[in-house]
Design a binder for this molecule. Structure first.
Ligand SMILES: Cc1cc2nc3c(=O)[nH]c(=O)nc-3n(C[C@H](O)[C@H](O)[C@H](O)COP(=O)(O)OP(=O)(O)OC[C@H]3O[C@@H](n4cnc5c(N)ncnc54)[C@H](O)[C@@H]3O)c2cc1C
Length: 388
């Protein structure tokens, strides 16, 4: 089977790796001209790491070398006062840690596992047409390709989803985000630590050790207007103004970050869909189920999608049956994660955010424990029985 994947992000690359291992002929089409570093870090959780382990044994070890295993989470006020501190025990509990890593390191490690000639850069998909026994996909550079199956892994603003479902733009969650990855040695930024700083006026700031001497900072603030600044210097001035006078190292780390390395983006999601596929076309990762980043599950669930889609395609008697099984298994789980992410995201920016975040850190809160148990205990190999 010839499979075309639109999007060389982390979901598309993980999908290509697992499909190749199943013996499919795979090509990845990415609009960017190069896979280059972007200012982001992310947390890989046990469900995502166990899935990556199933996709490619040894991969998790490479990621652990490049990233940083988070062992403590500290919650603070904007004045710098510590509200709570929590030792993180995911490794003991689920056999995998909470692993923080630079987004671009993760992408590069995934790309290194693929033959370079299957990743086609500078290929921006602009549409497709389905025929009885193939899909014809068109690119802005004038090229057209034929495949047996098309997978839209082209992110939250997916062109494939627009053509397939046509449900318009993502929904703004009322919060703007700014983020960057920077080398910034500071006594409060110790290895294996994440610090979440919250304020009652709808602002949060996260500082995370992402390994190799880098810190990922991510700021979020309630803003009615979802438009981003046209100039990098204006975005930096805006985030500096919003977080002015926050205790060390918040203001200082923003100040130290070059303006053109700060990514300003509205936080968005989309209402869950009942179907992700039609005919020979399906969706995966943020293209299928984008969530606000409050639980850090977007990439982790994209890996789960990748693994299960490949399993379904290799076991089912037809593309239709495979896509049907893929959806049956993935949609209910991602819907729960969507609801939980949306609720947690909203509550974290309310005036009572301090209490909310503190409650979420307490191990006595059964709901949170049960949810984490369900989320992190996901084991890809145990799902085979659901496939057909
Ligand atoms: C602030 C923030 C923090 C986050 N933290 C975490 C976290 O801790 N843990 C976690 O699991 N997730 C996190 N996420 C979410 C995570 O980054 C996404 O869920 C994940 O990147 C989705 O992967 P994807 O491959 O589906 O989409 P993307 O990563 O968006 O990749 C899509 C790719 O498709 C390409 N593309 C787009 N359109 C086209 C086109 N028309 N033609 C060809 N190529 C195209 C893009 O260039 C891109 O390379 C966070 C997100 C944000 C915003």
């Amino acid at each position: 089977m010839n499979i075309a994947i639109i999007g060389g992000g982390i979901g598309g690359l993980a999908t290509a790796i697992t499909l190749l291992k199943h013996g499919f002929n795979v090509q990845v089409y990415e609009r960017a001209q190069a896979l280059r570093p972007i200012g982001a870090g992310l947390t890989l959780t046990p469900n995502g790491l166990n899935t990556l382990n199933a996709i490619q044994p040894g991969l998790v070890e490479s990621l652990k070398q490049a990233g940083s295993q988070m062992n403590t989470l500290i919650l603070k006020r904007s004045t710098g006062e510590i509200i709570a501190s929590k030792p993180l025990t995911a490794l003991e509990h689920y056999g995998q840690p909470l692993l923080n890593i630079q987004w671009s390191r993760l992408q590069a490690i995934l790309a290194s596992l693929l033959p370079s000639d299957i990743i086609h850069l500078n290929h921006q998909c602009i549409g497709f047409e389905q025929h009885e026994s193939s899909v014809e996909t068109h690119f802005e550079n004038g090229k057209t390709i034929q495949s047996d199956l098309l997978i839209g892994a082209d992110g939250i603003n997916s062109v494939v989803r627009q053509k397939l479902i046509g449900d318009g733009s993502p929904l703004y969650a009322g919060r703007m985000s700014w983020r960057a990855v920077i080398q910034y040695p500071h006594p409060l930024l110790t290895p294996n630590l994440a610090t979440l700083i919250t304020a009652a006026d709808g602002k949060n700031f996260l500082l995370v050790d992402v390994g190799e001497g880098y810190t990922f900072w991510s700021a979020g603030a309630l803003l009615a207007d979802d438009s981003v600044c046209q100039r990098a210097t204006d975005a930096k001035a805006r985030v500096l103004e919003i977080f002015a006078e926050w205790a060390d190292p918040v203001e200082a780390i923003i100040q130290a970050t070059p303006a053109d390395e700060i990514v300003e983006r509205p936080i968005c999601d989309r209402t869950p869909l009942q179907r992700w596929s039609e005919g020979r076309v399906t969706l995966l990762g943020d293209a299928a189920h984008p969530v606000v980043p409050s639980l850090g599950q977007g990439a982790n669930t994209a890996f789960e999608d990748a693994y299960e889609l490949a399993e379904c395609l290799s076991l089912a008697p037809s593309i239709e049956a495979a896509l049907d099984a893929y959806e049956r298994h993935r949609i209910p789980r991602t819907e729960v994660i969507y609801i939980r992410s949306a609720n947690q995201g909203n509550r974290s920016y309310k005036p009572e955010s301090e209490t909310t975040l503190q409650e979420m850190m307490k191990s006595s809160q059964m709901n949170q424990n049960e949810f984490e148990e369900w989320l992190y205990s996901y084991k890809p190999s145990e799902n085979r029985k659901f496939v057909i």
